[in-house]
Design a protein around this ligand. Sequence first.
Ligand code: ACO
Ligand code: OAA
Length: 374
Amino acid sequence: MVDKKLAGAGLRGQSAGETALCTVGKTGSGLTYCGYDVKDLADNATFEEVAYLLFNGELPNSAQLQEYKASLFIQRDLPQALKEVLKLIPADAHPMDVMRTGCSFLGNLEPETDFSKQQQAANRLLAAFPAIMCFWYRYSHDGVEIDCVTDEESIGGHFLKLLRGETPSEQHRRVIDVSLILYAEHEFNASTFTARVCASTLSDMYSCITGAIGSLRGPLHGGANEAAMDMIQKFKSPEDAKVQMAGMLARKEKIMGFGHAIYRESDPRNVIIKEWSEKLAHEHGDTSLYDISVACEEYMWDTKKLFCNADFFHASAYHFMGIPTKLFTPIFVCSRLTGWAAHVMEQRSNNRIIRPSADYIGSEPRKVMPINQR
Ligand SMILES: CC(=O)SCCNC(=O)CCNC(=O)[C@H](O)C(C)(C)COP(=O)(O)OP(=O)(O)OC[C@H]1O[C@@H](n2cnc3c(N)ncnc32)[C@H](O)[C@@H]1OP(=O)(O)O
Ligand SMILES: O=C([O-])CC(=O)C(=O)O
């Protein structure tokens, strides 16, 4: 992989600190977490192992993993007061606003009183996020007050069972697990940087994560998977996709799910989720949405040399698993929380308040005129 030449606005190309958690787009390695290639992790690990890795710097052994999973398992239920708050949020609310409120409200009920509790706070959010999302979704959309506890061993399986009320297939469990691994960590992206800036003021874990959710919500960042889904559903065929995309590009519209701030030629997560999307399309019995997605990928590369980022084939993969589009970005939250929390801890371990400077481009110094003379 070739390093992308980075310059210009948006702090592009400027180092804003050090991290031992992740490399993105370095020559010869697409994406690594604590030294492990993301493909290796997606093929050979589970999301809980990756969470442990990000929090501890090393993969767990069997006993450590069992202990960690057991500790998460017993923290999945939500306090009644949080359920009551979630019940008040209307069905047409944006699910990312629900996640933001859920995170923030939990911080009121179970505050991180001092930094010695940081790992507990991160684990609690990791265990509780699927229930925050699904309790609100099922109550507001189906009028059902779900039980927030399931017998599913993994966080991914737990999420699918909460959402559907039935035991997921082994294939769906695996795909959601891989998805959570792929989304877990990505260096100083916008939401993680938000979390680190907040952490640098010595604020609490819940504030850092709440702020990060707000940053991830935007369509230029995590919201792109939903936006990509909305787009491909409008295309009637691969040929129609090409015609419509040509129009979008001519109108200078952004095509969601394409391009990246750091990668130059490809996003290493794309090939992994694309493969799963194809498998799920065949299982689904109708591959048209997958075929349309492939046509989009080819067209964007041929015309603009723009490639699919992690979000693009996540759209069809989630869709084939029957996940409602509006929950796509909240799933990203359930995963990236691990990266955010690990960065908060890393920031705290060697902190200086993050406070860059600005180049002033405003008026010359001037006097306040009395109001009746303005
Ligand atoms: C998990 C994630 O957050 S991954 C990112 C998810 N976001 C998206 O998919 C949204 C669509 N993509 C984009 O908006 C951008 O590619 C970003 C925000 C991801 C990166 O932005 P930048 O770093 O500014 O992109 P970059 O410098 O590579 O852009 C180069 C040119 O390609 C264009 N371009 C980049 N991506 C796209 C796109 N998806 N559609 C159309 N044009 C694009 C830019 O407008 C720019 O053109 P210009 O020089 O005429 O202004
Ligand atoms: O790194 C970025 O700019 C965006 C991001 O979070 C990702 O691709 O996962």
